[in-house]
Design a protein around this ligand. Structure first.
Ligand SMILES: Cc1ncc(COP(=O)(O)O)c(C=O)c1O
Length: 384
C-alpha cells in the first residue's frame, strides 16, 4: 500500500529528523498500544517481548506504564537493568539456552524459565530450588506468516511425560506456554490453544502431578502492514471468550512484541541514487534490508509507504537499499512515478524486528532514532 504526496508535504517529516535515514519513535503511540492490548485482554498480565525492539526509550516508556518484560538472553536482561527494570519484572522465555546464559540469568535474579524438552530440563537442575518453569507447547496458527511451531514447542501429547520427568527431577513446572506464530491474522489459534491448555491442566491434576498455576498465551498480535487496520478489541474477542472459562487462581500471561513496538516507530528515508536500467528505473534509498528493513527478508513483510514526490512521468521501477549486495532490493512496481534525487519515502509501523536485527554491512550504520510525536497525517495511529 503506497500513498503518494507532493514533495513539499515531506517537510512534516524532515522537520522531525536531522538527517536520513532516521527512525521516529513516538512514546505516546507505544503507550496507546500497551493500553489498547491491556483493555482487549482484561486480567491478562502482559510481558513486552524485548526482542521485537530493545530501544532504551521504548523500554523505559513501557516500564513507566508498569510493564513486565519477556527476555531471551542475558544481554536483554542487561538492557532492561540499564533502564531501571529489575529481574522481578522479567521472565526468560527462550526454550533453548546455554548453561552460561542460564547461570547469568539466575545470577541476575530471573526466576521464570521455559523448556520444551527434557534435555533443557537437565540444564535447570542445578537451579531447581530458585526457579519456576513453564512448559512450551506447539500450536500452529495457519494464518500466521511467521511460524514458530516447528522450531519450538513440545507436542501437546508429550506434555505429561515431560512433566513426569520434571517432577522426578525436583523441577517445579507450574506453567504452560505457547506462541502461535507472529503477525497472526486472527486469534482463533490463541483461543483454541488456551482452551487446550486448560483441558491439559485437568489431565495433569488427574495424574497427580503438581498443578499448573499459569498459562502464557505468547505473542502473535499483529501490526498494521498491508493488511487492514487492526482493531485489537475485535481481534482479541475469541481469547476473551475462553478467558471466561479460566478457573480462579490461574494466572494468564501474554508476551506481545510486534503489536506494541511496530506502530511506535516510522522510518524516514530519501532517494540517494537513481539509474535507468533497461525499461526500469532503479531508486536507491538510504536504508535497506541490511538496515531497518531486514523484516522484508526474514519475515516476508512489506510495509506501508508514503512517497513524497513531484514526479509526473510513470515507468516500471525497482526500489533498492544502499548496500552493494544484490539481495538489498525492496520492491518492484510495474507503474510508478519516476522519483527525483532527495525525494522522501516514509515507511510506517517500522518498530518491530527492524532496528533489533539491523547490521553495519558495508560500514553503513542503521538509522538513528529520534523521539518525536508522529505527524497526525499517519493513518490509523492512536496516542495515549
Ligand atoms: C518466545 C517469544 N515470545 C514473544 C515473542 C513476540 O512475538 P510477537 O512479536 O509476534 O508478539 C516471540 C517472537 O518471536 C517469541 O519468540
Amino acid at each position: 500500500m503506497i500513498h503518494l504526496e507532493p514533495r513539499e508535504a515531506a517537510s512534516e517529516w524532515l522537520s522531525l529528523v536531522d538527517t536520513t535515514p532516521a527512525m521516529v519513535f513516538d512514546p505516546q503511540v507505544c503507550r496507546a498500544q500497551w493500553a489498547g492490548l491491556s483493555q482487549a485482554l482484561p486480567g491478562v498480565d502482559l510481558f513486552y517481548a524485548v526482542k521485537s525492539n530493545p530501544y532504551p526509550e521504548l523500554l523505559s516508556t513501557l516500564a513507566a506504564e508498569g510493564a513486565q518484560f519477556d527476555v531471551a538472553s542475558a544481554a536483554e536482561i542487561r538492557m532492561l537493568e540499564s533502564v531501571g527494570v529489575g529481574a522481578s519484572r522479567m521472565i526468560h522465555t527462550h526454550p533453548i539456552k546455554t548453561d552460561a546464559e542460564i547461570e547469568r540469568a539466575v545470577a541476575s535474579g530471573v526466576t521464570t524459565f521455559v523448556v520444551d524438552n527434557v534435555d533443557e530440563l537437565w540444564k535447570l537442575i542445578p537451579y531447581r530450588h530458585a526457579i519456576r518453569v513453564m512448559l512450551r507447547l506447539s500450536f500452529i496458527a495457519p494464518d500466521a506468516p511467521i511460524d514458530l511451531s516447528k522450531k519450538f514447542g513440545a507436542m501437546p501429547k508429550d506434555a505429561l511425560s515431560i512433566l513426569d520427568v520434571a517432577n522426578d527431577s525436583g523441577i517445579r513446572v507450574d506453567g504452560l506456554c505457547f506462541h502461535v506464530g507472529s503477525q497472526a491474522a486472527s486469534a482463533y489459534t490463541h483461543a483454541e490453544a488456551l482452551a487446550h491448555c486448560l483441558k491439559l491442566c485437568e489431565a495433569i491434576l488427574a495424574e497427580e502431578l503438581p498443578p499448573i498455576q499459569r498459562i502464557d498465551i505468547g505473542g502473535g498480535f499483529p501490526a498494521h502492514y498491508l493488511n487492514d487496520p487492526i482493531d485489537l478489541m475485535a481481534f482479541c474477542a475469541p481469547i476473551r471468550e475462553v478467558l471466561q472459562t479460566v478457573p480462579d487462581g490461574m494466572q494468564i500471561m501474554a508476551e506481545p512484541g510486534r503489536v506494541i513496538s511496530a506502530p511506535a516507530m516510522a522510518l524516514v528515508c530519501k532517494v540517494v541514487g537513481r539509474a535507468r536500467r533497461g525499461d526500469a528505473w532503479w531508486f536507491y534509498l538510504d536504508d535497506g534490508v541490511y538496515g531497518a528493513q531486514s523484516g522484508r527478508l526474514f519475515d516476508g513483510m512489506q510495509y506501508r509507504m508514503t512517497v513524497y514526490t513531484s514526479a509526473e512521468e510513470i515507468a516500471p521501477c525497482v526500489f533498492a537499499g544502499p548496500t552493494c549486495d544484490s539481495i538489498d532490493e525492496l520492491g518492484r512496481f510495474p507503474q510508478f512515478p519516476v522519483l527525483n534525487m532527495n525525494d522522501v519515502v516514509v515507511m510506517h509501523e517500522m518498530g518491530a524486528y527492524t532496528l533489533a536485527s539491523a547490521t553495519h554491512f558495508n560500514g553503513i550504520a542503521p538509522p538513528k532514532v529520534v523521539t518525536r510525536t508522529l505527524p497526525d497525517s499517519v493513518p490509523g495511529i492512536e496516542r495515549a
